[in-house]
Design a protein around this ligand. Sequence first.
Ligand SMILES: [Cu+2]
Length: 187
Amino acid sequence: MAKAGATTKSAGLVLAMVVVQLWVMLRSAEATTYVVGNTTGWSNKANGGASFYSSWASSHTFKVDDILVFNFISGQHDVAVVSESDFNSCSTGSPINLLSNPPVNYTLNSTGTTYFTCTHDSHCSEGQKLSVTIGTASGPTSSPPSTTTSPPPPPPSNSSTPSNSSTGHMYVPYLVIFTSMAISLVS
Ligand SMILES: [Cu+2]
């Protein structure tokens, strides 16, 4: 009797561990943090210039809610989010967004391509530029921009708020399944 009880107890413990592990795995698949340029960071002196950042970007598959970390020395660089044409021509005079306090953590909040560069001196033309594309199954949304200048709303699926408490609900079904499995095994 005592032996059976101990077996039940350890089986329950193992299952609890599996549940926790699965939960951690699922949560880590949620959003990934990428350090731009890895140890090189965000620089105009990257080996290979612009191709350094394009190959860095192509070595990753980005998704909405992923975070880009731009590491650089304060005052030497900045992170400008620019339009495609400004990106191509290295026009840094009218960025969409300008972030200058390192480390800059930028959350990718929509599908499509986001263009980054540095506004300091000629850093852009020296290769300090990065474009990051988040693909969709059917490509970028085809709805033309209308009168509004506000950014497009986030996709309606998944979480409307990025907080952990709301996304945590997504995994409740898994926990229920595993808990019921555990109960059926021990009973
Ligand atoms: Cu720079």
